[in-house]
Design a protein around this ligand. Structure first.
Ligand code: BJW
Length: 249
């Protein structure tokens, strides 16, 4: 484990020679867009208790309160745009035949920046799911005209199409992220505190299968001890100059 403020020359060689690349992002990649992170001084959990807002029990208890919080967050995200960190990852993707972007973020910014098929492990804030008929659909209304919103098809209660604490992740998503992390020879972990499972275990899975792990974060995290390189800095400042150094194949 070693920490740096920019990519050392030998890591550029590893990145240039990689054949199978996986990237895991967290809230930190969107922080420079103005989307709040969860933990830390400025994080969402500073003023809001996770268990009162981001659990199925919280929603069953008080769907209006949970929807008001998500409506507020949707309004925040709607005012933001992808930043140079998102764009750099969309550019990085073009350099490899085997590349998977895995994100814990629900803001949809990777896709907006041009990433072709990001795996959104925790869902997407712009989709709703009906509790009665399971219908999933895009909904970009902001603010929402009614809270809580109802299913246009069956009148059932809609919930955000997001994975809350204590809920299982979609099986197909899980198998995709486990497969891609196990076969990667290079694994980036960017802007995540590395405490929420199962996302937090992916870097270790990659490492155990022989991958080089590169972390980019403002500060050391629980994943720093397993990373081969930790670059301390803002993703939107660290990633763009990196891409310029990787030769096209
Ligand atoms: C920058 C930066 C810049 C800032 N540049 N960096 C095993 C052991 C123990 C517990 C569990 C376990 N398995 C499952 C659990 C329970 C639970 C869990 O992990 N709990 C832990 C907290 C202990 N996991 C679950 O419940 C998951 N379900 C599951 O596993 O089902 C099976 C199961 C259930 C129960 C028991 C056992 C098995 C589901 C997890 C769903 C997470 N949902 C949330 C909220 C919903 C989405 C929403 O409303 O938006 O997802 S929680 C929240 O945390 C959100 C995030 O995606 C997630 C991760 O946060 P992230 O992205 O890391 O953000 P931060 O804020 O924590 O960190 C930001 C980082 O960026 C910091 O490090 C900064 O330094 C950095 N940064 N600016 C670079 N510019």
């Amino acid at each position: 484990m070693a920490t740096f403020t920019q990519f050392p020359a030998e890591s550029i060689e590893v990145i240039s020679n990689a054949k199978s690349v996986a990237v895991l992002t967290g809230a930190g990649i969107s922080a420079e867009s103005g989307v709040p992170t969860f933990r830390g001084e400025e994080g969402l959990w500073k003023n809001h208790r996770a268990e009162e807002l981001a659990t199925p029990e919280a929603f069953a208890r008080n769907p209006e309160l949970v929807w008001q919080w998500y409506d507020w967050r949707r309004g925040l995200v709607a005012k933001t745009r992808p930043n140079p960190g998102h764009t750099a990852l969309a550019d990085l993707e073009k350099l490899y035949d085997d590349f998977t972007l895995i994100t814990q973020n629900v803001d949809g910014h990777h896709r907006l920046a041009g990433s072709l098929d990001p795996v959104e492990m925790h869902g997407n804030i712009w989709y709703t799911r009906c509790l009665t008929d399971g219908d999933i659909r895009e909904n970009r209304d902001t603010p929402l005209p009614e809270i809580p919103p109802e299913c246009g098809k069956c009148g059932g209660l809609l919930r955000p199409h997001i994975v809350w604490f204590g809920e299982s992740l979609d099986e197909s998503v899980l198998s995709r992220v486990f497969n891609t992390s196990s076969r990667a020879d290079l694994f980036f972990v960017i802007g995540t505190s590395g405490v929420v499972q199962p996302a937090a275990s992916l870097a270790g899975m990659a490492k155990n299968n022989g991958a080089t792990v590169i972390e980019i974060n403002l500060e050391p995290t629980p994943l720093t001890s397993l990373a081969d390189y930790t670059i301390l800095g803002k993703a939107g400042e660290v990633l763009p100059p990196l891409i310029e150094q990787i030769p096209e194949k």
